[in-house]
Design a protein around this ligand. Sequence first.
Ligand code: FA5
Length: 347
Amino acid sequence: MKDLSELQSQIESLKAEIREHAEKAANSKGLYELKKSFLDSKQGKLSALMKEMAQVPAEQKANFGKAVNEAKQWALGFFEDIDSKLKEKEMKLRYESEKIDISMPAKMQKKGNLHPITTVRNQLIDIFAGMGFSVYEGSEIENDYYNFTALNTPQDHPARDMQDTFYLSPEFLLRTQTSSGQIHVMENTKPPIKILSPGKVFRSDDDATHSPMFTQMEGLVVDEGITLSDLKGSLDTFVKKVFGDETTTRLRPSYFPFTEPSVEVDVSCFECGGKGCRLCKGTGWIEILGAGVVNKKVLENCGIDSSKYSGFAFGLGIERIAMLKYGINNIKMLFESDLRVLDQIDD
Ligand code: FA5
């Protein structure tokens, strides 16, 4: 038989044990394990005292139960106190370790930007779209007819030598000019026509300002009463938007088999304002594109009545415009994808 005083001293020593170990608990997880070892309903040392009820005399059973329950209540409260202190400490440590110094300069995020050729291409499309042009994208592989013959450049025509051509077969070739797009559009569309045709073209050509693959942008307008002054007006608007309001254009006689008359278009040097500098090689002018009034033979080749309709066309090199705009002196820089160069160009 057990008596109450024996139980009291057992309770006191368990309480002392709880105090001693709980105060030393390193963290709330450790404390939880400790709490379980005393209060778990099956294995807890304090809960286990209840099992001894059978050995307690009947008249002391109520007091015995009360004493064990009070001890359990005390232990619960005690563990709770220590637990909240530990949790507070843990929270502080966490805040410390996760603290963000908002005054620290942020790491620069590198933002991507469009390639200068794409930027210039988009800018040109925007400008001409504002004048009512729509975009037609032709194919990079053409047959001889569209690239040359329909453009009034039949076999053995000396103008074929102006563009060194990559032939894929006797019939097919890599287009040397976006002018081939003019023929496709005029064959399939009735005037009025107002299109831009940007795209890659290919020539066996390679030096600081010429590349075997480059990008052209063709412009074509066909309607009643179109003259060379319509061409000049459109080009004036375009160069002012690209190179600045002060820039003017100059037309020089030239030759293309598909335009008559044909012109080379120069812009006044936007670097020196026309006085003469390294960029314009002292002339005050920079050549930017070829153009002209669409040759009647080309209109007729496409089934357009040349007594009723007339047109103008122009073709420019996008790399050329990009090189002038960004001060790039070697066309290769535009194709080498060197970030040290490309990073400096951000419009
Ligand atoms: C033509 O290609 C004509 N089709 C342009 C044209 C269209 C005239 C419509 C009349 C009417 P050209 O060969 O000059 O013309 O080329 C036009 C532009 O392409 C040149 O001014 C130049 O800026 C660019 N270009 C020519 N060859 C190269 C090359 N190898 N690398 C980079 N750009 C080039």
